[in-house]
Design a protein around this ligand. Structure first.
Ligand SMILES: [Zn+2]
Length: 163
């Protein structure tokens, strides 16, 4: 490859890097409990339950009886379907609630949630988990010192992306 071609290729890949960063950031901004999901996976593995993959799927509400979210829990993976029509706040709380179900299935032999069956006791327990987890998140991000930890002090001289 000659020098000019090499320069063009560097530009092209540089543009791609910007595009990827923008697309990925726009998705991550929705913040659908990604840190909590990874943490539950790590907790399960640390506590001897092995690798467990948790995925999030957007779904229309009618299929899931008007729930914010519903988890299909299998031995090594869980799919959490989230109602695409409810507010982001409720989507995130719904995911937190389903993560609670997963923990109680794995550690307390609770029966996995299903569209057909509602166990009022487990619903209450997972409501407690949901509120507690989300409140901890809320309090964490309300603290200025914590926010500083999440910013990148090493990027001061890097230009701010404009679009
Ligand atoms: Zn539930």
């Amino acid at each position: 490859m000659n020098l000019q071609k090499l320069g063009e290729e560097a530009y092209r890949l540089g543009d791609l890097a910007h595009d990827y960063a923008k697309s990925i950031y726009n998705l991550s901004e929705k913040c659908l409990m990604a840190h909590s999901i990874r943490s539950v996976q790590q907790f399960l593995e640390d506590k001897g339950k092995g690798k467990h993959w948790i995925s999030i799927m957007m779904a229309s509400s009618e299929r899931y009886l008007g729930r914010r979210a519903l988890a299909f829990i299998q031995p090594n993976q869980t799919e959490i379907f989230v109602d695409s029509h409810v507010e982001l706040d409720h989507q995130r709380r719904g995911i937190a609630h389903e993560l609670g179900h997963l923990l109680f299935v794995k550690f307390n032999n609770s029966v996995p949630p299903s569209p057909m069956r509602i166990d009022p006791l487990m619903e209450d327990v997972c409501k407690t988990f949901e509120k507690d987890l989300c409140k901890r998140h809320h309090v964490f991000y309300c603290n200025q010192e914590n926010l500083k930890r999440l910013l990148f002090q090493t990027l001061d001289d890097y230009p701010t992306p404009t679009d």
